[in-house]
Design a protein around this ligand. Sequence first.
Ligand code: NAD
Ligand code: USQ
Length: 397
Amino acid sequence: MKVLVLGGDGFCGWPTSLHLSDLGNEVTIIDNLSRRNIDIELEVDSLTPIRPIGERIRVWKEVSGREINFINLDLAHEYDRLVEILLAQRPDAVVHFAEQRAAPYSMRSAKTKRYTVDNNVSGTHNLLAAIVATGLDISVVHLGTMGVYGYGWSGSAPIPEGYLTVKVPTPDGDIEREILHPANAGSVYHMTKTLDQLMFKFYAQNDGLRITDLHQGIVWGTQTPQTERDARLINRFDYDGDYGTVLNRFLMQAAIGHPLTVHGTGGQTRAFIHIRDTARCIEIALANPPKSGDQVSVFNQVTETYRVRELAELISEMTGVEVANLPNPRREAAENDLNVSRDRFLALGLSPTTLSEGLLTEARDIAKKYADRADLSKIVARSVWRSGMETAADLMH
Ligand code: NAD
Ligand code: USQ
């Protein structure tokens, strides 16, 4: 299969590109390297020493014999070039990872809010409009987020995979309808994913585009069987207060003996998935696209749910590092339950990688190996959801 991976230089995109290439697919990465530029802006770097994209691709050719192409393109602002690329490449499928994905970064300032909306919404819309303009039959697999559903909207009922059956009272009695699950975003970043959903619905309905939207939970781990094949293929490992996600942050903090930065009580329950399963889920989604005229095919791409404090306690027991309860810089429920339907990937053959001591230790060991690259001043989260909110960083001064 000929696949374009948009955002293929990122944390999920790079290992997925290698996985798809390893399976014999013809892969082209499209990325504007904006994530690497944001590292420069934030004066932080991946804990792992990631290599420039050209070197990554050369090394992959060396170790696998397989070719991956790279095109530097800004999906949000280079529409005409995107159309030309689609017409020249005629891909069977596009995997769309190319968005600004950090909730804290999206909440830093009016500038980052506007950048996140402009980048994510325009990028997704450019892709959809370009596919229609070319008239090509290209299936789209997009990375959405569990955060589109919000936390706690439907009480203890499991969150369905995209669609909710509701009863609408009418004078002639109740009628049943299937609707997109109501959106309930917790950050400007998450809001852009809820807007993506509406664009997908329209283009599937109006133009018959074949779209799969994967509502992924928080990804943890760093290496996959492909990125492990050479040190120069290593994946990113974000640990900073904006881009580091909770479980990887705790593993990195444990590796350097930093107290585990639990926001508030740690009663927040979230969904998780290991990076190896991200790549495998994309493979499954690509093999099972909807037909033209079908509604958007939505999967919940998660394997487990945990409370933040459960993860902190687990890692603290494993390593002896203490847990710190910090003021929560976000506006979010202090405690929530989360019950998620996840049958579709299981039915299509996903064998979930669950949180095991072995994998936790593997990720912690990587963090330990590169601990001298860490800038400790970047660990505590500083981005607040509303001005006036106090952070642990304020308390330290
Ligand atoms: P990332 O920031 O590491 O990678 C995103 C990549 O997209 C980067 O390489 C960036 O340079 C590129 N990009 C961004 N805007 C672009 C543009 N306008 N044009 C071209 N390239 C652009 O993020 P990630 O963690 O790999 O996440 C990938 C996708 O998966 C995102 O859409 C994210 O919302 C989703 N997701 C991630 C997680 C997670 O825990 N990391 C969880 C759920 C969903
Ligand atoms: N948290 C802590 N301590 C930390 C970091 C985070 O307690 O040091 C808490 C946060 O307050 C939040 C939870 O952990 O309650 C998750 O935060 P996170 O930064 O790990 O994840 P989130 O902001 O939700 O975003 C990440 C990805 C995003 C993706 C999302 C999936 O960055 O791209 O969409 O996970 S989900 O959470 O399922 O919506």
